[in-house]
Each structure stands twice: as C-alpha cells, then as structure tokens.
Ligand binder design. Structure first.
Ligand code: ATP
Ligand code: MG
Length: 274
C-alpha cells in the first residue's frame, strides 16, 4: 500500500506541466520542493513553510514589486560593504535555486554555509552535496571539527561553522526563523532575510527584510550586485543608511492592502469561458 502510494507521488511530480497552464511557474517551483523532499534535502516542515510562502506570493501578485527591488538593492550594498559576508543555506533554498545561490556568493565574495533547522548529519551532507553538484567549491557547515554554537539558541540551529556564520559580520539568511534572526542580532550580526511574509518575526527583526520569493530575489540580486560592485564605498554606505527596515515593511504592507482594495473594488480579473 505504502509502495503504491509512493509510486503515485513520484509519478505525479514527474507530470509534465503544460506551459500554458495559468499556474505553470508556481507548479514548477512546487515540484522542485517536492523533489527536494524525496531527496531528503527539504524537511517535511519545509513543505508547510513553502505553502505559506505561496499564499503571500499571491498577495503581492507573484512578481517583484518596486519595494522589493529597493530591499534587494540595500541588501546587496550591505553585503558588498561587509568584511565577511556569509549566505546561510537551508533545504528549501538549496532545492529551489542552488545555481543562483552559488553565483550570488561568487559575485558578492561570500561564503556559503549549510545551516538546517531540522539538523541531521545525513541531511546536512546531502544539502552540501547538492550545492557541490551545482558547482560550489567550499561549502561550510558540514565539517564537525569547525562546529561551534550560538548559546542564545536551544535547538539544532545553534550549531554554526567557526569559519562562516560564527565569524561573519553580515549574514544573508533566506527563509530564516524568527528566533534565530533575533539570536544572530543579539550576538552582533547584521541579518538580511528573504521572507514573503512581511508580518513574520523574521521580517520584523531583520536589519534588512526582502519581501519577495527567493526564486526571484536571488537572481535579481545577482544582477544588482554586478551593477553595484564597481560603485564607491560611500555610495554603497548611502544606499544602506537611506534604508529603514521598519518603513520598508510598512511600504510592503501598504502595497498589499492597496492591491487587495483595488481588486475588491472591481479590478478582479474575471475568468473567460470560451
Ligand atoms: P517567524 O518564525 O519568522 O515568525 P514563521 O514561524 O511563521 O515565521 P517559518 O516556518 O519560520 O515561519 O518560515 C517560513 C517562512 O518562509 C514563511 O514566512 C514563508 O512566507 C516564507 N517562505 C516560504 N517559502 C518562501 C519562498 N520561496 N520565498 C520567500 N519566502 C518564503
Ligand atoms: Mg518560525
């Protein structure tokens, strides 16, 4: 019975999604997460987190709003100014956009560190391998001889790499948990997060929150980084100092509420029956 059920799931995720399907892109991304779960890269709770993200993506219109471009620009400027920037990788992002993570790390001269909420040695190795298969050279977080811990945290994510998050000044944590964002800030790190929910504790507690889908944010940040890389330090500092996370989250919420109001007042697209 279990065997049949599994065959059904596996065949479902290999279903070809027709290109003209109105939700083709969302289904393609969902398929990556399901595949990631079967490869033991994504934790079961990662599926739930993804579903919550999808719901918020609907609210922003499933494309990058202007406020997110500003958030992404400030984030890239801060990473470029950092002495030791690190990108923390969990199972969801490793499944969704491994190649883009590697490109972003390269253009920002940042380290990649695997850091899992539901940490198990085996899963950590599998996520590391996934990044290596996509071309990453020096993935941190998996070698226990470099492990140390963040005392402010109780769960498994307290384990970090001495060469990475532990000694970093700026950390990009796509899809972070609220508690850990706070713990990282308490130990003096600047924290940049990507989270579609502008109301999450993660978004509220970060130095810079990017309210966008990681599958759009990461490639867009690569392009922004290429442009900002040659700017003067003072120009980058100005971008960062002009950014106010609280105001930026307010802007994100206004965007969503205005958009919903317009839809409620009659701009809702009616399906055409042909
Ligand atoms: P917090 O702990 O910050 O209060 P939470 O407990 O509600 O948040 P978590 O389960 O810790 O949420 O993390 C999941 C978060 O990741 C959700 O807020 C969800 O919107 C976000 N998320 C999931 N998938 C994506 C994605 N592809 N891009 C951006 N954000 C995403
Ligand atoms: Mg949480």
């Amino acid at each position: 019975m279990i065997f049949i059920y599994r065959i059904e799931i596996v065949s479902l995720i290999h279903l070809n999604i027709p290109k003209d399907h109105p939700r083709a892109e969302s289904l393609r991304v969902r398929e990556l997460i399901i595949e990631g779960m079967h490869e033991n890269i994504v934790a079961e709770a990662g599926l739930i987190a993804h579903g919550r993200g999808e719901a918020f993506d609907y609210l922003i219109g499933e494309k990058t709003p202007d406020f997110a471009v500003k958030q992404q620009t400030a984030a890239v400027a801060l990473m470029l100014l950092a002495e030791k920037p690190v990108i923390s990788v969990n199972g969801n992002v490793a499944s969704l956009c491994p190649e883009d993570l590697i490109k972003l790390a390269s253009v920002l001269s940042a380290e990649l560190e695997v850091n899992l909420f539901y940490r198990r040695e085996e899963r950590s190795s599998i996520v590391t391998r996934k990044l290596e298969e996509n071309g990453a050279k020096n993935v941190l977080g998996n070698d226990s001889s470099f492990h140390t811990s963040i005392d402010e945290l109780t769960h498994s994510r307290r384990v970090v790499d001495k060469r990475g998050i532990h000694s970093a000044d700026v950390i990009l944590v796509p899809l972070e948990d609220g508690d850990r964002t706070m713990a990282l800030r308490k130990i003096g790190k600047k924290v940049i997060t990507i989270d579609l929910n502008p109301l999450s504790r993660t978004s509220v507690w970060s130095d810079i929150s990017i309210v966008n889908n990681v599958v759009r944010a990461i490639p867009e940040m690569i392009e922004i980084a290429k442009k900002l890389k040659n700017k003067k330090q003072d120009d980058l500092k100005k971008i960062v100092s002009d950014f106010n996370n609280y105001k930026s989250l307010q802007e994100s919420l206004s965007f969503i509420s205005l958009r919903l109001n317009k839809l409620a007042e009659g701009e809702l697209e009616k399906p055409k029956i042909e």
